[in-house]
Design a protein around this ligand. Structure first.
Ligand code: HEC
Length: 241
């Protein structure tokens, strides 16, 4: 009983501490190791404020072949501009240090920039990670993870753009958001705030393209549920650039 009371008393304090972390530039969450090498991370960042809930930008360290971050420094949504931070004691088990986005279970969703162990200095010197100028927005992650790799070949990267839709870097945003569909009268390719009405969603995640007998059946184009979720979350969250 006494324990419960004490717990109830300190709970608000714990919550205040937890929420205050989000106000800072970056909040550290890993065990520093005396043996590890320090890392100095520099670069210019934008787009952190475009991420929907459930995703976090971070400077994170991964062990080889793992998609779950072992060391994490969260980057808050309000961060933008020049970053210059020192991470102390990167453990020897870390194979890469990445500017990436993680989901709720610390799983890597997309990596914007990275430095690998092969590039770490061989002595105890500071690891340098200069990621340059990165727009780390939700849309840039979708472009890199989905459009460039899976769609652009038919949609603009070769000598044709199917349905006159360009999903290539630099053109895709303007081609999608608020633009009318060629296939469904009165519908938009991306309707900000309403993924269910967006043809992008309906083409990829419903049987629309099969039912309408499009020249290409899009229904099994994206099967990874994390990617499906990210596309829907992006549209629901306002389809920002
Ligand atoms: C193998 C080629 C191919 C690939 C790969 C492909 N598409 Fe398509 N896409 C087409 C064709 C062809 C059409 C037009 C279908 C028609 O007119 O019947 C189309 C139409 C569309 C449309 C409808 C456009 C409109 O105006 O209504 C959307 C949206 C679309 N594709 C999105 C994508 C996305 C996103 C990807 C990647 C995940 C992708 N496509 C991958 C060939 C492809």
């Amino acid at each position: 009983m006494r324990h419960t009371i004490i717990y109830l008393l300190i709970l608000p304090v714990l919550m205040a501490v937890a929420s205050s972390c989000d106000d800072g530039l970056i909040n550290e969450e890993y065990e520093t190791s005396v043996d590890g090498q320090p890392a100095r991370v520099q670069g210019t960042l934008s787009g952190a404020d475009t991420w929907a809930e459930g995703y976090t930008l971070a400077l994170a360290g991964f062990e080889s072949n793992s998609e779950y971050a072992s060391i994490i420094r969260y980057i808050s949504r309000s961060t933008s501009g020049d970053i210059d931070v020192v991470m102390s004691g990167i453990p020897a088990s870390i194979a890469s240090l990445e500017l990436c986005v993680l989901n709720r279970i610390r799983q890597r969703i997309y990596t914007f920039a990275e430095v690998r162990r092969e590039q770490f200095p061989t002595n105890a010197d500071t690891i340098r990670f200069d990621f340059g100028r990165v727009r780390a927005s939700m849309f840039e992650a979708i472009q890199g993870k989905v459009f460039t790799t899976t769609c652009a070949n038919c949609h603009g990267a070769s000598n044709r753009a199917a349905a006159n839709l360009y999903l290539t870097e630099g053109r895709s945003y303007a081609a999608l958001v608020g633009q009318p569909s060629q296939k469904v009268d009165g519908a938009h390719l991306v309707e900000p705030g309403d993924s269910a009405q967006s043809i992008l969603h309906r083409a990829l995640f419903t049987s629309l393209s099969r039912e309408q007998q499009w020249h290409y059946d899009h229904t099994s184009e994206i099967t990874d549920t994390r990617i499906q979720q990210m596309l829907d979350d992006w549209m629901e969250h306002g389809a920002q650039q």
